[in-house]
Design a binder for this molecule. Structure first.
Ligand SMILES: [Zn+2]
Length: 301
């Protein structure tokens, strides 16, 4: 699942392609990946695993709500969420979820092919320079949300998100999570505490900060929170520089994978030697996620 560095890489590569361009048209192949501000809260539930859900028939999405006829003036990010902003002030938030991609093809270029063809290209915009932008999402945990203004985007769509993880501070973490009886790993994954950190970068930041992931948040002292804030920011900045980590389904807006995977010290390395001390790295399920740490570098006491 893409985390902050991968989403920020998509933001930068997407902005380079679409800012200043006008959307000339859009084709919506799957209405249920879009939630407009007029839809029921949470958008239209998708039928999964054979569950029958009775939902009203969704209204057509007005093309202007998807920025057709609008010039793109900015691409914003908060945590793992993106938003394209039009000159009209309207915005379209994009959540990549597990497997979502935003891919741009220039005029006359073919979109990067998926092995399954275009069956999961749910929304396709046409740009005024002849290029195309596609929202592709085979697993459909991602989606688009329209907003009449950036203010609505921030106050409604993104209101539950905590501060962006690139701005993590010791004080902010302590204030939001310092009294929590949850494990510090669970707290770092909580998007209302800090927006943008997922399983990879939580484990990497905890290792760098020498904090055991199972420690209860309320047991951490100020110095530990300060190290965590520093290393959350540090690992995210390094990963952005590397274009994100190599993940299944993840590419930037031009179809390129990131290279930060080569720099993972603990994530995906359970049972291998710790790069700092040589001890065998531990691996266990914590906060419902596979968690890897070094018992020597990150003691529980
Ligand atoms: Zn170690």
């Amino acid at each position: 699942m893409p985390e902050l560095p991968e989403v920020e890489t998509v933001r930068r590569t997407l902005a380079a392609e679409v800012v200043g361009r006008t959307f000339r048209g859009v084709t919506v192949r799957r209405r249920d990946v879009i939630a407009t501000e007029l839809d029921p809260a949470g958008g239209f539930s998708r039928v999964r695993g054979g569950a029958e859900l009775v939902t009203p028939r969704p209204a057509r999405v007005p093309k202007a709500a998807l920025l057709v006829g609008d010039r793109v003036v900015d691409v914003l990010r908060r945590g793992k969420q993106l938003a394209m902003v039009g000159a009209s002030g309207r915005a379209v938030a994009v959540h990549l979820g597990m497997s979502g991609q935003l891919l741009v093809a220039g005029a006359g270029e073919r979109l990067k092919e998926a092995s399954w063809g275009d069956a999961h290209d749910h929304v396709v915009w046409r740009l005024d320079d002849g290029g195309r932008l596609v929202f592709r999402d085979p697993r459909r945990f991602g989606g688009l949300k329209t907003s009449p203004s950036v203010e609505h985007l921030r106050n409604e769509r993104w209101s539950a998100l905590g501060p962006d993880a690139l701005e993590a501070t010791c004080e902010g973490l302590q204030e939001r999570a310092g009294a929590s009886a949850r494990a510090v790993k669970a707290v770092l994954l909580d998007q209302t505490v800090l927006a943008g950190v997922g399983n990879i970068y939580a484990d990497e930041a905890l290792f760098r900060a020498r904090v055991n992931p199972a420690r209860l948040a309320r047991e951490l002292d100020r110095e530990a929170w300060a190290r965590l804030a520093l290393h959350v920011r540090g690992v995210l900045v390094e990963a952005i520089r590397a274009g994100g980590s190599t993940l299944r389904d993840y590419t930037d807006a031009r179809g390129h994978a990131g290279t930060f995977k080569a720099s993972h010290a603990v994530y995906g390395r359970g049972g291998e030697p710790c790069l700092a001390c040589g001890a065998v790295l531990e691996s266990a399920l914590l906060a419902q996620r596979t968690t890897v740490w070094c018992h020597a570098c990150q003691p529980l006491r």
